[in-house]
Design a protein around this ligand. Sequence first.
Ligand code: TPP
Length: 564
Amino acid sequence: MGVARIAGHLLVEALIEQGIATCFGVPGESYLAVLDGFHAHRERIRFVACRHEGGAAFMAEAQGKLTGRPGICFVTRGPGASNAAVGLHTAFQDSTPMILFIGQVAGDQRDREAFQEVDYRQMFGPGSLGMAKRVEEVTDPHRLPEYVSRAFHTALQGRPGPVVVVLPEDMLTVPTSAPVLPRVEPAQSWPTPTALARAAEMLAVAQRPFVIVGGSGWTAESCLALEHFVEQWHLPVGCAFRFQDTFDNCHPNYAGDVGIGINPALAERIRNADLILAIGPRLGEMTTGGYALLDAPRPQQKLIHIHAGAEELGRVYAADLLIQASMACAAPALHSLAAPAVIPWTVETEQARADYATNLVPTPVEPLDMAEVVLTIQRLAPDDTIYTNGAGNFSGWLHRFLSYRGLRHHGRTQLAPTSGAMGYGVPAAVAAALLHPERTVVNLAGDGDFLMTGQELATATGHGAGSLISIVVDNGTYGTIRMHQEREYPGRVSGSDLFNPDFVALAAAYGWKAERVATTDEFEPAFARALANGAPTLLHLTLDPDVITSRTTLTAIRNSSTHP
Ligand SMILES: Cc1ncc(C[n+]2csc(CCOP(=O)(O)OP(=O)(O)O)c2C)c(N)n1
C-alpha cells in the first residue's frame, strides 16, 4: 500500500496509468475531488473544459476513434449526463471505446431524488440496443482501481463501446492508499485454423467475391496485413458506412464506400456478388443499403462475417461462416492464406476500380460546385489531414469525392458518426486538433449540423487549437429532411427552413478567422489562406438549397414524387 490520497486523485492517477493524457468534460460540483486531482497532476494530464456536455462527449468519442483507446469524458449528474447522452449513443452505434464518468449525489442522499439525482443504470442500459456496454456505480473508494480497469477492459474488448462509471461525490473525498492497476491491453481472439481453412475454400470456389471492411479495432499493422491479403487474392474492397479510412481509397483494389449515397454501380456489384467477406463491420442498416444489398436475414450471396464481438455474429444475418476474431488477429491470419494460381475475378476487381474512378467525375454545378470544393480540399490539404463531419446531406459530397488515405498510412483520417448524429463534426474536429496539433483538421458541416455544437469554437480558441478549418455549407434548410419531405409530401415544407446567423461574424466573435465563399472560384484561394494561416478558420459557403445531393435536385425529387 502506498501513500493515502483522496479517491478523486486516485482516479486521475489510474487514468494516467492507462496512458490517458487528455480528458474532455464540463465541470460540476459533484466531482470537485477529481477536478482537484487534475490540478494536482496537471503536468501529466489535461482536462479540456468544453461548453456543452454534448460537445465534450463527442470529443471523447472522437478521441476513442483516433487513439483506439477509450476516450474519456467527465460530466456532472442529471443535466450533465442528459446532455452527454448523444456522445454515448454515438460511441455505442460506432463501436468506439469510451468511458463516461458521471458525478453522482452523495451516498447518504441516494434514492431521495436528491438534487439532479438520476439512476444511470435505468437511463443508459446496458442492453443490446442500449447506450452503454456497462453502467457501474463505485461505492467503495478502495475498489476504484478495479472499476477503472474493468471499464477499460469492457470498452476495448469484443465489440468496443462506451462504459459509464458513476462516482458518488462523498466516495471521491475518502482517503485511500489503494494502488492503481496496470495499463489494460485488450485480450485478442484468433480465428481457428478450421474456420480459416473453410474461408479459403469458400473463396477458392467463388466467381465474384467482394470484401467489405470497417468497424473498430484496426491498427496500422492489421490494415497493412489486410492490404497484402486482398492484393494476393486480387479482391475488390469496399469500406463500410463512415469507416472509409479502413482501407486506402487510393489503392487499386478499392471500389468505394458502402453507405448512404453509394455509387449505383457498386451497389449493383455487391448485389451480384456470389460471396461477401465482411471483415470487421457490423452489418447495419446503413452498410447493407437498408438490408437490401444483402437480404436479411438470409442473403442471396454467400456470407462470411468476421467480427470481434460474438453478439454481432448472426445478429441479423444467418451467414455461411462466422468467425469471432479481433482485427489484429484476423487480418494477419487471412494474409497467411495462399491464393490460387489462377484467380477468375481479376478483371472484375479492375472494373470495380474503374467504376470508382468514374464516380469521382462530378457533374458541374453553378455557382458553387461542392464536388469541386471537396476535390480542391483533397488537392491542397496535407495527406494526413483528419476530416470530420456530422449528419446531413452535405456529408454526401465528402463521402463520394474525398479519397480517404488508409489507416495504415496515417491512422484514422475520417471522424464521422455512423449513428448519424448531427453536431458531431465540430467537436470531433476540435478534439482532433487538440490531440494532433501537428496535423491539419478539416470539418465539413451543414448549417443545421454546425449550430448544434458550434459553441465548441470557443473550446478550440481557449485551448489553443492550430490548423483547424470548419467549412459550413449554408443552404438555409435542414436539407436532408426537406429532401424527404419533397419525396413524401411534395411542396409542403414544414419545420425544415432555417434562420441563420452571420456565420463569419459569429466565428470572428469566437476569435476565429473567417471568410465567405459564394462561388467555386472563390473557394480555392480562401482554402489556401486558411491552410496557410495555421489558425482556426471558418469558411462560410452559400449553397442553393435546390442542389440537394451530388446526384439530384430538390426540384427533380418533387417532380418525380409518387405522392400527391
Ligand atoms: C441530433 C440529430 N437531430 C436530428 C437529426 C435528423 N436529421 C438528419 S439530417 C438533418 C438535417 C441536416 O441539416 P444540415 O446540417 O443543414 O445539412 P443538409 O442536410 O442541409 O446538408 C436532420 C434534422 C439527426 N440526424 N441528428
